[in-house]
Design a protein around this ligand. Sequence first.
Ligand SMILES: C[S@@+](CC[C@H](N)C(=O)[O-])C[C@H]1O[C@@H](n2cnc3c(N)ncnc32)[C@H](O)[C@@H]1O
Length: 247
Amino acid sequence: MLTQPDPITYLDHAAAAGSAYKQRLLEALDLHPDHTVLDIGCGPGTDLPAMAERAASVIGVDLDPAMVEEAKRRTAGLPVEVRQGDAHALPVEDRTIDRARVDRVLHMVANPTGVLAELRRVLRPNGQAALAQPDWETLAIDPGSVATNLAFNRFVCDRIVRNPVVGRQLPRLAEQAGLRLVTVDTEAPVLRDFTTADELLGLTRNTHRAVQAGRITRPAADAWLADLAAGPFLATFTLFSIVVSAA
Ligand SMILES: C[S@@+](CC[C@H](N)C(=O)[O-])C[C@H]1O[C@@H](n2cnc3c(N)ncnc32)[C@H](O)[C@@H]1O
């Protein structure tokens, strides 16, 4: 009941569910054939091949050796270099990157502003980056108790996700890091399949954790999860994306 999904399978399923916004983020990068592109927190390399199709060279950086290994496997033979490293101290030279992407990484890091400062350091003058982050406070689910939905959100924001509202903070933090804001956008992805949403949003596993932590009662948790499984199901949340420039 509390088992974590395999991290690579999880990210593959999340990428499939988020293919529309991922495509928009890629288009926002405006890649050119002479560009050097950096994907910060590249995971298993999901989007590195698409970047390599449009640019001269691509660098993927991830902290997790298992992600780095899988990203290397998926990009063998492509103009892609995958490096293990920390986004707080990127293994990349100053002012060498034309385009960078940071897709759902800043909610995990110790210091989002520090990572944005690193992004600014590695971007060439006028280089651009596209970033995307969901806002976990905004998760709205139907059917079922709204009070339990809100208790679930509070628990996840307090105890599960390190920086749960970094999405709404992106414009401010980027400007504080010395980046110029080009665009700010939001969208609200809609999930209609409970099984998919349960895996991606951790509905069952985190509700059980909330019960163990005394944040949701067992009867309320059981009733909520039964209502969600019975459907018809809907979950949505605000996804923030920004484009910034190193002016
Ligand atoms: C939710 S996944 C997103 C992966 C990928 N950007 C995508 O869109 O599929 C977050 C990734 O960030 C990586 N990560 C977390 N903290 C990091 C850090 N401090 N430095 C580099 N990578 C980090 C994780 O290992 C993971 O692969």
